[in-house]
Design a protein around this ligand. Structure first.
Ligand code: T5A
Length: 217
């Protein structure tokens, strides 16, 4: 890969950057998949965090499944290092090409988990593009964790934290959404998969139209 150390060119991209956020088991992956299918003709780029490229997948393995004691601030930098690599390799170039990028978690996860729940001082780096729209899937913490158990998912180091930790994550997400009402759309994750997807498409319709007219110019 060529050196993209100074890569910042995403401020005035012609693409559309959509992210899904929420506590454990809130249905983010389900909605990313449904949206990916609905937008298939546009060839959207779907990414998950941490992961989505070689460095990110290796960091995912270390931070979530490595069995290590990790300092809270070190954990934050690991998630952010994975994210920065994903921006440089995948998200930034796709937005510059005018593509739709759909993220299964992004920097709001760091603000909610490491900032809100662990109490680490967090900021939004100027080289991390802001999503155009972020869907917050709000779910009662116990219901979300139970969903994951029922789905037979293996629990990772963060997921195994206490109920109080996950309550702090959920409260932090609510604060983030309240602080940026234009970017965030809060959806009840206890509604059916289909009705959530319908609400997602409804919110995106004007943004998709605006993106297409920008690209015609
Ligand atoms: N993390 C991550 C940080 O601490 N900081 C960071 O910066 C980042 C990026 C990642 C972990 O890392 C932490 C947060 C996490 O603890 P992960 O393995 O990537 O972990 O998994 P998560 O992103 O946490 O996703 P989850 O496994 O919790 O699940 P999803 O994606 O929210 O939910 P999904 O779609 O898999 O659905 C879960 C179950 O519910 C069902 C699904 O079929 C599935 O069985 N479901 C529904 N059931 C009823 N009604 C609906 N509407 C449903 N939608 C889905």
């Amino acid at each position: 890969m060529r050196n993209r150390a100074n890569f910042t060119g995403v401020a005035d991209h012609t693409g559309l950057f959509i992210t899904f956020e929420g506590p454990e088991g809130s249905g983010k992956t389900t909605q990313v998949e449904l949206l990916g299918q609905a937008l298939a003709a546009e060839e959207p780029v779907l990414v998950r965090e941490p992961g989505g490229n070689e460095l990110g997948e290796r960091i995912r393995e270390i931070v979530l499944y490595g069995g290590l004691e990790i300092d809270a601030e070190a954990e934050m930098y690991l998630f952010m290092a994975a994210r920065r690599q994903l921006i440089a390799e995948v998200i930034g170039p796709a937005l510059e090409r005018g593509q739709i990028v759909v993220g299964d978690r992004y920097h709001d996860s760091t603000l909610a988990y490491q900032g809100g729940a662990r109490g680490v001082a967090t900021t939004w780096p100027s080289t991390f593009p802001r999503p155009d729209v972020t869907f917050l899937l709000a779910v009662p913490v116990r219901s979300g964790l139970e969903r994951n158990v029922e789905a037979g998912k293996s629990t990772d180091r963060v997921e195994r934290e206490s109920i109080e930790f996950h309550e702090r994550v959920a409260a932090a997400y609510d604060r983030l959404a309240a602080a940026e009402p234009e970017r965030f759309t809060r959806l009840e994750a206890t509604d059916s998969r289909e009705s959530i997807h319908f609400a997602v498409m409804d919110r995106l319709q004007p943004l998709l139209e605006a993106m297409k007219s920008r690209q015609k110019r």
